[in-house]
Design a binder for this molecule. Structure first.
Ligand code: DQA
Length: 145
């Protein structure tokens, strides 16, 4: 299995955006760490601030041998269209969040994506992404279908 990490809106600003919530490491730096750690696995990365681009990317890889680690940012809490895109494809999708969304404002407690994802990891900082990758690689039965 290959891994595709997809980051949604505002996550291009990791490292400078609200560091007390999201940490001070840029995602590019963290991606290097992940790629070194999982050196035998292809780990690709896509980020967009646009809902449609995220949906297009899910469609593009959705019938391949990828597993997706998805942090949809605020679209998590708003996007039925992203939820439908995940439902439409065959590949497993793990929802991740850097912050513990359940410790935050009530509006962040609901996810349109969780019911259609294989599982959810949140609250471990950037390590949430590593845990998402481990879940995809370690569990052959991981499946959102
Ligand atoms: C986030 C949590 C969301 O509520 C927020 O809108 C984000 C980041 C996280 O990784 O903690 O943009 O997905």
């Amino acid at each position: 299995m290959k891994i595709l990490i997809i980051n949604g809106p505002n996550l291009n600003l990791l490292g400078v955006r609200e560091p007390e919530t999201y940490g001070s490491q840029s995602f590019d730096d963290y991606l290097n760490v992940l790629q070194e750690k999982f050196s035998l696995v292809e780990i690709d990365y896509f980020q967009s601030n646009s809902e449609g681009d995220l949906i297009d990317k899910i469609h593009e890889v959705g019938f391949s041998d990828y597993g997706i680690v998805l942090n949809a940012g605020a679209f998590t809490h708003t996007s039925l269209a992203l939820s439908d895109a995940i439902s439409a494809v065959k590949v497993p999708v793990v929802e991740v969040h850097i912050s513990n969304v359940f410790k935050r404002e009530p509006i962040r407690h609901h996810s349109f994506l969780s019911p259609v994802c294989a599982g959810v990891i949140c609250g471990f900082g950037l390590d949430s992404y590593r845990l998402g990758i481990e879940a995809l690689l370690n569990n052959k039965k991981v499946n959102n279908k």
